[in-house]
Write a protein that binds this ligand. Structure first.
Ligand code: RUQ
Ligand code: CUA
Ligand code: CA
Length: 646
């Protein structure tokens, strides 16, 4: 990572300088005669790249200590974190812990206008009357798209457990561009992109995203079988990464929890804590063993191709039968139920591509499953599913999730013991084979407190680099100043570069992050500004104006610091108003806002971006439409009169 430090400095500092200069110089232009034409002139000039040598003084190449990030210095990694029932995704710098950005996904965000603009509403989904279908969500797991077994920086995918939706985030803009609701699924929890195609070698990148469903429900859920949970079922879904349409589903016994994919693209697995298929807490803990279910992607897709599927209710998505009874012959089975410890949680793929590790939760063990043996079972060459287990070793109380350092070690969170335990996978296998001298536990570290997910830098790729491990703790208790009955949670950063783990920072987190990934910064390539032509409804100087068709009024406006193109917008009470705003500024980060008092309108437009809102002008009066996003010395003056005639 040291190697690109210089690049980033020379790339980013002039941009910063560019905006700083713009703010200074355009203030003068604006004062000389605020107006869009003046703004345009200023903009053209500023669009030129900054001359060399104008950059601010370079910051020192290395911070004081390996994990401190000095002021002005940039982090080595991006941490993309789910936001739990806040419904969002967050971007945090690692190792500094700086919160860089929040990405609204299933929540409403007035800052960007997510859930307020027509464009975001269309992505989230609307009722026939145009109102939002849902305005809340619960994000647990965020994962990046892959190429060649590592992140390609193209997309992030995240689940909504409440409404069983999957969202895709474009990593060039860090905005959601698609959301899909899974049919006949409740409690969509685990999510994981595939890493390559199971058959076509040329497709060595993500084309599918797999989705586990934690709750069973009536199929279809239309009022039938309310009092007979034995008839309820759970579906595992495959979503097309490109179109975001649901390709197929598999009906399984038990409930799916978390999800992991193999590096060869052939296997995807989900842990199950309720193989009992019970609707009661006691029943879910009845059996001594639950399962890690492996799905054979190639075989499922063959059945779909051959038309060997059913559909459920109104959904057209093909559903293949993956229940045990229909899959007793390994040679044709699409599923393999590998028994693991009681009520497991978490399944994670080791970066060498050889193992999946399932954490025991109610069992103090971690189970190591060798994928080559699962393949053998599907070939009819392994006697029992359980024979794919090569180790089931004791780690401590409440094991939940496992990260990897790429050096053969695993790091498992222990919820009840409030610890992270570092253990060696090959030694655990040797121990399980009978070598009782094999000391597989390498180190233990107390964390504060009750860790859920833990994940390492690049740890879910074949480029796992063993530098940092993030422990996502569910309780911070006494670690921070009290801020009322609700406390922040902690993300504790652990240096895992040595033999012993070292706790290096406590970072607060707004409730409630679950899973995350830590991505090397050179993987992420964001845009500086938008491309105006990507917006079919863009407003130009020629189209700016007010168009009336009956009582439908279309206001087309552009913004250019420090003015909107229409100083007066006049409509009549009862009109349906659509306001479309294009930001013609071209300077990176020169964003404008648009708020209309008493009308509940608030959104931003980034440079070269277009957004629109539609609302009923039902309150007569004069309302100052104003810019909310500090953009210019004349930011406060940047406003238009929105006049509604009685
Ligand atoms: S789960 S604390 Cu939603 Cu990721 Cu395990
Ligand atoms: Cu435009 Cu503030
Ligand atoms: Ca169970």
């Amino acid at each position: 990572m040291g190697k690109d430090t210089k690049d980033l400095n020379t790339q980013d500092t002039p941009a910063l300088e560019n905006r700083r200069r713009f703010l200074g110089r355009s203030a003068l232009l604006g004062l000389a005669g605020a107006g869009v034409s003046m703004g345009l002139a200023g903009c053209k000039e500023e669009a030129k790249p900054a001359a060399a040598g104008t950059a601010a003084a370079p910051a020192p190449a290395h911070a004081a200590s390996s994990h401190e990030v000095a002021p002005g210095q940039l982090d080595e990694y991006y941490h993309f974190s789910s936001g739990g029932h806040s419904g969002e995704v967050r971007i945090i710098g690692i190792p500094s812990g700086r919160e860089l950005r929040r990405i609204p996904v299933f929540n409403i965000d007035p800052m960007v206008g997510w859930g307020i603009t027509n464009e975001s509403k269309a992505i989230i989904g609307t009722n026939p009357d145009g109102s939002l279908k849902y305005n809340t969500g619960d994000t647990h797991h965020v994962h990046g798209s892959y190429k060649d077994g590592t992140y390609d920086g193209r997309w992030l995918f995240v689940n909504d457990k409440i409404h069983s939706r999957i969202a895709r985030i474009r990593m060039d803009t860090m905005e959601v561009d698609k959301i899909t609701e899974l049919p006949n699924v409740m409690g969509f929890h685990g999510i994981f992109p595939d890493k390559r195609d199971p058959v076509d070698e040329k497709i060595n990148y993500t084309t599918r995203v797999f989705c586990g469903a934690e709750f069973h429900c009536p199929l279809p859920n239309d009022g039938r079988d309310l009092d007979d949970p034995s008839k309820w079922g759970a579906l595992f879904s495959c979503v097309d990464a490109e179109t975001m349409e649901v390709r197929w589903q598999v009906r399984v016994d038990g409930n799916m929890d978390l999800t992991a994919t193999s590096y060869d693209g052939k296997l995807v697995a989900s842990n199950q804590y309720n193989t009992e298929n019970s609707a009661e807490l006691g029943g879910m803990m009845a059996s001594e063993h639950d399962a890690c279910v492996f799905l054979n992607v190639e075989r499922i897709e063959k059945l779909v191709k051959e038309g060997k599927f059913t559909t459920i209710g109104k959904s057209k998505v093909p559903v293949v039968d993956g229940r045990k009874a229909a899959n007793s012959d390994p040679k044709t089975a699409v599923t393999c139920y590998v028994p693991v410890g009681k009520n497991p949680h978490g399944v994670n793929a080791s970066p060498d591509g050889k193992y999946f590790v399932c954490a025991g939760k109610l069992s103090p063990t971690s189970t190591v499953i060798e994928l080559a043996l699962v393949h053998k079972w599907f070939a009819g060459e392994l006697a029992k599913e359980r024979d794919a287990v090569v180790a089931e070793v004791e780690l401590g109380l409440g094991p939940l999730h496992t990260g990897f350092d790429g050096k053969g070690n695993a790091y498992t969170s222990l919820f009840l013991d409030s610890q992270v335990v570092k253990w060696n996978i090959e030694k655990a296998i040797a121990f399980a084979k009978g070598d009782k001298t094999a000391k597989y536990v390498v180190d233990r570290l107390d964390v504060n407190y009750q860790p859920g997910h833990g994940f390492a830098s690049m740890g879910e790729t074949k480029e796992a680099d063993g530098k940092y491990f993030n422990s996502g703790n569910k309780f911070s208790k006494d670690r921070f100043l009290p801020v009322g009955p609700l406390h922040p949670e902690t993300e504790q950063l652990i240096d895992i570069s040595g033999e012993k783990m070292k706790l290096i920072a406590d970072h607060t987190a707004y409730p409630e992050p679950h899973d995350g990934i830590i991505v090397r910064r050179d993987v992420v390539k964001t845009r500086k500004i938008y491309n105006m032509d990507d917006f079919p409804n863009k407003v130009t100087a020629e189209t700016s104006g007010i168009e009336r068709k009956g009582n439908k009024v279309h206001v087309r406006m552009l913004s250019m610091a420090p003015a909107f193109s229409l100083p007066i917008i006049r409509v009549k009470k009862g009109d349906e108003v659509t306001l479309t705003l294009t930001n013609h500024d071209k300077i990176e980060d020169l964003t404008h806002g648009c708020a209309i008092p008493n009308y509940n309108i608030n959104f931003i437009v980034n440079p070269q971006e277009t957004k629109s809102v539609t609302f009923k002008a039902d309150k007569p009066g004069a309302f100052w439409l104003y810019c909310t996003h500090f953009c210019h010395a004349l930011h406060l003056e940047m406003r238009s009169r929105f006049l509604v005639e009685a």
